[in-house]
Each structure stands twice: as C-alpha cells, then as structure tokens.
Design a protein around this ligand. Structure first.
Ligand SMILES: Cc1ncc(C[n+]2csc(CCOP(=O)(O)OP(=O)(O)O)c2C)c(N)n1
Ligand SMILES: [Mg+2]
Length: 1012
C-alpha cells in the first residue's frame, strides 16, 4: 500500500531548503534510513524515513523549501509503520539496568553485612563538655553498642538514620556530618590481608627508596642545576609498592591494562623500580633529567620525551585528577558503545594533598560520582605538606577532602593510622584518644614528625590524663614507632582491596604519610622537604640505616646504587609479581589499527561553488560531518565533543542522528520529543555533551585522542568550542594533550575578533592561532572557504588517523555567512592550501603598479573586495593570496632558514613564502582577523617589503562593519593603507593615499585600537 512521508516537526524553522536527496524512486529503504538533507541558515539535518518499503515517487528536489507537513515522498510500504520517531528511551534496557543495579545493591548489602558480622568490637565513645546528662548519654551509647554487637553495623546505621529522620520531623537541629572521626575507615577486623611476603616486600621497597634518592643526589652532585625531588616519593613509596606488587594489571594481548596516573614528582621512584625490574640500567638512572642526549630519563612523566614508558603527563598540578576522571568516563563510553570489552579495568590516580587545592583537582569529582565511575580510584597522598609548608597548618586536609568527596558522592576510605595504633585505639575506652586525634591540627602533626617520641608524648598524648595513661607503658621509642597509615603496607593493601571491589561509585583513598619519610633531620617532615635534593653523608648513612640498605659506608659515600643479583629472592619476587599481573608498568604501547581515510569524493560537494547560497564555515563543517557519518570506516570512530554549544554551531541534528552519550540511557521523555532534532540521550550515544565545562571537554578530547595507545583503538575526537574559550581557557590541558601525543581535531568556532560581532570583549578571539602556534605538534589553519576546509580536514584525517602522525589539528571556523566559490582549477592549489598559502585571484589589467595582498579567514574577503576597488578606482593591479595558515608558513620558514644557516656552502633552499611571492611584483600587505603578530610571523621569510594589518586590542560588541573599521581591517582601510604602502615604496604619489584616507573618513588622530 502506498504511504506518504511528510516533513516532520523541525522546531521553529519554516521553509527550509532541501540540499540533498539521499534516495531515488525504486530504492528499497528501511525505517530510520535518511531520505533527504534539509538546511536552515544555521544547521543541516537529515530526515529519516518512518516507513520501510520501495520508493514510489519523490515530491521534492534540491533547492525546494519545505515546512512541517509537506509531502516528501511516497512509499509502497512493505511492513507496518513505525510509531513515528523511535521511542526515545529504550524501556527494556532501562529495566535491565535497574535490575542490575538492584542486584549490585543487594550484593553490596550482603558483603557489607558480612563485614559487619566480623566487625563486632566497634567502640562508640563521645566526650563533650556540653553534656548536661552524661548518664543518659551513656545509656544511649550502650544501647547503640548493643545493637552493633547483636545485629551489626547495618542495623545500627538504619536506626541512626531513623532517629535522624524522626528528629528532623520533630524540628530538632540535625547535626551536620561532613566527616567521620579522624580514624581509619576500615576497622582492623574488616581488613583484608595481603598474601605477599612482607619481609621481602620491605627489602624491595627499601632498595627502591634508596635508588630513587641516589639518582637525584647523584645527578645534583654532577650538575647542581638539574634539581629533582626526594621527599615526594619517600612519602609515597608504600602506596606505589602495594599497587605494583598486588593490584595494577599491565596491558598485554589478553587484557587492556589498568591505567595509572603517577604523581609527577614521584618519577624517581618509578624509575628506581624499573631499574630493579631490569627495564632501566644504571647509565640511564645516571642520565636522570639529562634528556637532550637520547636515552635520558625525563624529569617528570612526559610521554613526548619517553614515548615507550610514560603514558600520562601529570606534573602540572591538577591536570592528573581531571584527566583521570575523564579517562575513566571515556573508558565507560567505549564499553557502552560496544567498542571495547568490559574487562573491569581501573584508572588509578595518585595526587598530592597540596595539589588538591587546584580548582581542576576537585572540579570534576561531581561528574565522577554522577557517572558512577567505579572504575576510578584516587589515592591522595596526604603528607600534610606542599612546597612552602603545611597544606592546612590550622586545619586538617584529610577531613576537608573527606567532606568534599563524601559530599560529591564518592566512596571515601581514610587510611590515617598504621597497625601500631590499632591496640591503642581499641583501648581508648573513654574516647579521649580519638578526641585528641580530632583536635590536633595538621601543623602540629607535621611538627611532631620533625621531632621525636618525647615530644609526641608531651604534645599529643599529654593533652589529657586519659591519653597520657594510655601510653604510660610505651617507651619514647615505641611512641615514635607509631606509624601513619600510608606507610603501613597492611593498611594500604586493605584499602586498595576494598577500593577495587567497590561498585557504583568512584573511590578516593586518603592516606596519611610523612613527607620525606626516612630522610632524617634535614629532610623529614620539615618545611623545606620538598626541595631537598642533596643529602650529606650523615643523612645518607641515616637513610641507609633507616631502611637497612645493604651498603658499606664507602658505598654510601659514593652514593652507589644497589641492585641485588638477578637470582636473588628480591629480584625474582619483584618480577614474579609483575608477571602475575601481566607485565610491567608504566609502559606505553599501541596496537591500534589505522582508520582508512574516506574517499576523496565524500568531500566533493565542498569543492563546488555554493552559488547564491550563503553559509558560514561552521555550517560547512557540520555539512561535512554529516557526510562523514555516512562513511562506514570513519563514522563509528568520530567522537563529537561539545560544551553546551551544539545549537550555537548548528549541530543539534546530531542529537537524533547519533545520540548523546548517557550511561543511564534516557529516563525521561524529552520536552521536544516530537521534533526531528529532539534531545536524545542514549547509552550508546556518540556525542559527548559536556555541559558548560571546557576543561572537562578538553579532558574528554585528550582521552579520546590518546585512545590509540590507552585502549588500542584509533578514534577521531572533534571538540568544537567558542574559539576564545579554547586555548586561552584550557591552554595547559592543550599542552598536556601535545605531550600525550594526542591525535584529533580542535575546532575553534565563532572565531575572529571582528567576525563574532555582537558578543564583545570576552568572546572575540584575535589570538587563538598564536597560542596554538606555541604547541609544537599542533597544526593550525584559518580557512575562508568550504573547499579549503575540506582539503585541510581530509589531510588531517589522513595524517593523524591513517598515517598515525602524532600531531593534532586546530581549525578555526566562523559564523559569517557568505557564498563560497569552487576550488580553483590550478593543480597546485591543494598543496598550497595545506602548506599555508595559494594564489586565489589576480588583477592584472593595468600592468603598471602591483601589490601582493595576503588575507586569511573572513578578512581574505575584505582583501578581495579591496583589490577590486584598487583596480577599478586607482588602476592598481594585485595578486591575492589566501593564507590558510601563517603558523604553517612560519614553521616552513624556520626550517628553511635553519638549513641555509647550517649549510652556507650548499645551494640555499627557498621558503614556501618566498616560492610563492619571490618572483612577484610589488610590496606585500597581509591581514587576518587576528593580531598583527599572526601575519608578521612570515615577515622574515621573504625579501620583499612587508606590512601587516590585524586586530590588536580588546574586542567590543558592534556590527562586523563597524568592528572592521575600528580595527582597520575593512576593505576601505585596506585600500587606504595599500595606497600608503605603495607611496612609501615610491611606486605611486602619496596624494592618492591621502585622498583615500579622506574619502573613507579615516581619522588619522584616532589612537591605536590597543589603547582604546
Ligand atoms: C600547576 C602547578 N603549579 C605549581 C607547581 C609547582 N609545584 C610542584 S610540586 C608542588 C608542591 C606539591 O605538593 P603536594 O601536591 O602536596 O605534593 P607532595 O607533597 O606529595 O610532593 C608545587 C607547588 C606545579 N608543578 N604545577
Ligand atoms: Mg603534600
């Protein structure tokens, strides 16, 4: 039976142009197959069929304007009609997920109950001066203890919750519980024990500690300027060792591997372990921080410098935590999209407590909880110190972090006290010990560890008679031995075990340690620990003795490394443990397959003129994506990333077409569900809609752009943002992206200081290309026309994703609508587009005076208009060059110049700029919608006179015309300045320039825009 397919609800748009027919009469189509593409002045979108069958007739043609309800085509239907658009929420999968969550919750409940059964000796003691009836308090507490004893923690928890609810309903003021007492989260009875050989592990750890310190001291003895850190790793050694021996699984041919973000300043410890594992040799350790000669060990984790070793750059504080969160989220994205298997891989991130002050460190923890990232574990090493002094001298960083993470919905595990404290805490019947623990601030805790047992007895235990009594039988030495949780392998193991098994939320382990642990008087727990990189002989002896390193005094004086024999139990143990966990860590490898670049003709439509039709390059880009989504190789690999700006860029069509990634699917019917571009969230959704979060979006981009190494699958991330909120906002992340050898596209949309007209000073970008140029492996372009964009984008796909070059692309697109010409016939045009410039037009009528006009982005069009005026009104000929990338031209220029200087006796090479312009006539005038420095970049690479125009100064809102006049990059200024340039070069009389300045009302007394 014949059925009719009508234009569906397309939102507020009417009379939208049909730009593409994707089917023809006689075609057999299925439900959801796209049939036509329509395009408004902002966005293009495909209309899918809601009927399957054979197409009988098409009722529209390209160029027709259609509105909701118009007839598109008739179909002889084969099956029953679908219920309009596909149902937004996949009910069945939601039920399945809900069942799974319930199952998990049940499982969690039973494991929690089991653990409480073992954990019967919980003491609940409160001491408060404000207690008006201590006996009554005691009654309540005993009742609670009885409940814990008889029915377990879970029951106690339930009763407390009920009491709180009741109190709330009765109007009582509910106590605010941001944190738990200052004790370990896991009680000793519930600790899972390690099956490792503790003695051997301690010996190994001691050797790693020694070698790590030795490499820093040796390097600085040779070259004091090299620097390095001992204190960070000294405090974190146990945290790393337990993970390395028991938890972190390496990547191999059977398993994708856990991903570990090592804290930047602990790099020496990671090298020292690799040394014992036989992965690095003594010579390499001796080249720590001497990276210029190949083979040196990088100061910090830098994949760019050690591409087979480091995976994640972390040393710029705050980036590690943020990147790790988005890495864990991206891992779930790949799993949910069916692109990788769910193997229970984890992302571990090691962070400093000082580092947690960075806004980026805590900025994304809400997302981690919301997305239920139970594949993510943070370990915050709370040595209570940062660089200058204590992190929270007057407060408690552990409690503060607990509050933040608990509030955000994380599973928090505090590892504060080591095993030596267990019996003291168990005997703390009056609760005074926990009270002192709660009351003591970090500044005091730090100071105590810089002193000795006598001091601790007096200052800490001496606070109350009850606590004094508690340690009366301990010697000062015993008191000094009371260890911190982060240095106790048992406590750390139990925490890691619990964290690894946690379901439904991310975990943070907050571990208390001592900065410079074992470094003695000069380096342990003192404010200067962070920068201690030299240890004198006494300190070294102390360090050796402290950790029983089997070195003679002589060897210590020589700061020798120590590596036991290959057949020693230590080396055998360390290797065995790693082999059991699948291999060594960290290690950077890639086994991903390249993606075949799409056929050239996929971009064919962008090489022909748009005729009368005007569009922006942003819209051309969206059109290009729509086409790319039809390429079966490329389509599934695209990861569009948008920080709440899809509609700004006309990309809302993607919501329906490929869906927005949402780990829970869509639990609601969207408000706009009847519309073609309705907001569709889906578990398998492809778009990463990041909300107003450029740093998060960039972190997602880095995760996807390094997918080829971390997940062995090549992906094509395309992050589209307001160009002003790109590099300027997330510059450090972009730098880390470069270091990570990211491959993907960054699209700076709404670019150009005068092109994004009305938005004003904070929005108008006149320098993002300059910032992009600071990143060595970033390739950037500022195209004007759709064919330039197509050529650039295709080459990007080829270079990065087919040829696997470790570069990334930054392309600016604009929101100014204009018509686009066909690609010039000249064969060398494509090469020019990619190298950075090509001749787009020539005016050669008068053959008297000539000027070379270089323009890029939208300002190229001002140049073209100016050239016409120069020709018609002033009889000046010109050649117009479209400069797609001043940055790329500069790179070529630098290369050529360097070659020439190094080879004075050889035939001198010619820069691409000079190849283009060398034999042309007349001076050069260049302009872009960016600061003059943008075009000035190529000034040294040509011998001709060179003048720049640009948009130096703060932007401001106004019309494009007024802005271009203000910044002096409109066609009138180009004409006037062009004439002036020719006069200065003595090619014409100066009166012409003067006349033009007058004619165009150019106010010569107006200050430089930079001063306005
Ligand atoms: C963004 C950034 N700012 C400043 C620094 C300089 N810096 C290096 S380490 C450090 C102190 C780190 O303290 P913490 O995070 O507590 O680490 P740990 O105590 O474990 O060494 C500082 C300020 C940096 N690396 N990155
Ligand atoms: Mg610290």
């Amino acid at each position: 039976m014949s059925e009719k397919l009508l234009v569906p609800d397309i939102g507020e748009f009417e009379k939208v142009e049909v730009i593409e027919l994707l089917v023809k009469p006689g075609d057999q189509i299925n439900v959801n197959d796209p049939v036509v593409t329509i395009e408004s002045d902002k966005s293009s979108v495909e209309i899918p069929s809601i009927i399957s069958g054979k197409i009988e007739s098409l009722n529209v043609k390209v160029g027709d304007k259609v509105s909701k309800g118009d007839l598109l085509l008739s179909i002889i239907s084969s099956k029953e009609r679908s219920l309009g658009k596909s149902i937004p929420a996949d009910t069945e999968s939601i039920i399945k997920q809900a069942e799974l969550v319930l199952k998990n919750e049940k499982k969690q409940e039973t494991t929690q109950q089991e653990s409480t059964k073992e954990n019967k000796k919980t003491i609940i003691q409160v001491t408060s001066k404000n207690d008006i009836d201590p006996l009554e308090t005691q009654d309540w507490l005993e009742s609670l203890s009885a409940v814990v004893e008889k029915d377990g923690n879970q029951r106690a928890h339930f009763l407390i919750k009920e009491l709180i609810n009741k109190a709330y309903r009765e109007g009582a003021n509910i106590p605010y519980t941001q944190h738990t007492p200052y004790i370990n989260t896991i009680p000793p009875e519930a600790e899972v024990k390690s099956n490792g050989d503790q003695n051997i592990e301690r010996r190994i750890r001691s050797l790693i500690r020694w070698n790590a310190a030795a490499m820093v001291v040796r390097a600085n003895k040779k070259f004091p300027e090299l620097g390095g850190h001992i204190g960070t790793f000294a405090s974190a050694a146990t945290l790393y060792d337990v993970g390395m021996n028991h938890f972190w699984r390496a990547k191999n041919n059977k398993f994708g591997g856990d991903l570990v973000y090592f804290q930047g300043h602990s790099a020496p410890g990671v090298y020292a372990r690799a040394f014992l594992e036989g992965r690095l040799n003594e010579k390499q350790l001796d080249s720590f921080r001497q990276e210029v000669k190949p083979g040196g060990l990088s100061s910090y984790p830098h994949p760019w410098l050690m591409p087979k070793f480091w995976q994640f750059p972390t040393v710029s504080m705050g980036l590690g935590p943020m990147l790790a969160i988005y890495q864990a989220r991206y891992m779930k994205y790949l799993i949910n999209r069916g692109l990788i298997k769910d193997e229970g891989r984890k992302v571990w991130a090691f962070l400093g407590d000082g580092e947690m002050d960075e806004p980026e460190s805590l900025g994304a923890i809400g997302l981690a909880a919301r997305e239920k990232l139970d594949n993510l574990i943070f370990v915050v090493n709370c040595n209570l110190q940062r660089l200058d002094g204590p992190v929270r001298g007057n407060g408690k960083i552990i409690q503060e972090l607990e509050g933040s993470f608990r509030g955000a919905g994380w599973n928090v595990i505090k590892v504060i006290w080591g095993s030596y404290w267990d019996s003291l805490i168990a005997n703390d019947k009056t609760g005074h010990l926990v009270k002192v623990m709660n009351e003591t601030v970090d500044g005091e805790y730090q100071a105590m560890k810089a002193r000795d047992g006598t001091y601790v007895r007096e200052k800490f235990f001496g606070k109350y008679p009850e606590t004094q009594e508690l340690v009366s039988s301990l010697s000062d030495k015993d008191i000094w031995r009371l260890n911190r949780g982060g240095h106790d392998p048992h406590k750390v193991y139990a925490a890691y075990d619990k964290a690894s098994k946690n379901q439904g939320s991310p975990t943070v382990i907050i571990a208390k340690t001592i900065k410079g642990y074992g470094m003695g008087k000069t380096g342990e727990s003192v404010n200067t620990t962070h920068q201690t990189k030299k240890l004198d002989v006494d300190d070294l002896m102390y360090y050796r003795d402290r950790f029983d390193v089997p070195l003679t005094d002589e060897q210590v004086k020589n700061i020798e490394y120590f590596k036991p024999d290959e057949k020693s139990p230590e080396i055998k143990y360390i290797k065995e443990k790693r082999m059991k966990l699948g291999g060594f860590l960290p290690e950077r490898t890639t086994y991903s397959k390249p993606i075949k670049a799409p056929a050239k003709d996929i971009f064919g439509f962008m090489k022909v003129s748009t005729g009368e039709k005007e569009m922006s390059t942003t819209m051309a880009l969206v059109r290009m994506f729509t086409n790319l989504l039809r390429d079966k190789n490329v389509s599934p690999r695209l990861v569009p990333i948008i920080p709440d700006e899809a509609r700004t860029f006309g990309m809302e069509g993607f919501f329906q077409k490929i869906g927005i990634y949402a780990h829970e699917g869509q639990k609601y019917e969207p408000e706009d569900s009847a519309q073609l571009s309705s907001y569709r969230e889906e578990k398998t959704g492809q778009v990463l809609e990041e909300g107003i979060n450029e740093a998060g979006a960039m972190s997602s981009w880095i995760a996807a752009a390094t997918s080829y190494t971390n997940h062995d699958i090549e992906m094509i991330p395309i992050y589209i943002f307001y160009s002003m909120f790109g590099f300027q906002r997330i510059g450090d992340l972009a730098w880390a992206g470069g270091d990570s050898q990211a491959r993907g596209f960054l699209i700076g949309a709404t670019a150009g200081r005068t092109t994004l007209a009305g938005e004003g000073l904070q929005h108008q970008d006149g320098h993002s290309h300059l910032i992009a140029s600071t990143i060595p492996n970033c390739v950037s372009y500022d195209p004007t026309f759709h064919y330039e964009l197509a050529v650039i984008f295709r080459e990007g796909l080829r270079r990065m994703h087919e040829k696997n070059e470790n570069i990334f692309y930054y392309i600016t697109t604009m929101n100014e609508n204009y018509s686009h010409p066909s690609i010039p016939k000249d064969k060398s045009c494509e090469e020019g587009i990619l190298k950075g410039m090509y001749k787009i037009k020539e005016f050669n009528k008068f053959k008297k005076t000539k000027i070379q006009l270089l323009g890029s982005g939208t300002i190229l069009r001002e140049m073209m208009a100016a050239a016409e005026i120069l020709q018609n009104d002033y009889q000046i000929d010109s050649e117009i060059w479209s400069v797609t990338s001043f940055n790329e031209l500069r790179k070529d220029g630098m290369d050529v110049e360097r070659y020439n200087l190094l080879n004075p006796d050889k035939e001198q090479k010619i820069s691409f700029v000079e190849k283009c312009l060398g034999k042309t006539e007349g001076p050069i005038m260049a302009a872009s919608d960016y600061m003059r420095m943008n075009s000035d970049q190529i000034r040294p690479y040509t011998n001709k006179s060179f003048y720049s125009l640009g948009t130096d100064g703060y932007g401001r809102s106004d019309t494009r015309k007024n802005l271009r006049k203000f910044f002096e990059v409109d066609k009138e200024h180009i004409v006037a300045y062009g004439l002036s340039v020719l006069a200065k070069e003595q090619l014409i009389a100066s009166k012409y320039a003067k006349e033009a300045i007058k004619k165009y009302n150019i106010d010569g007394s107006k200050p430089m825009p930079t001063k306005l």
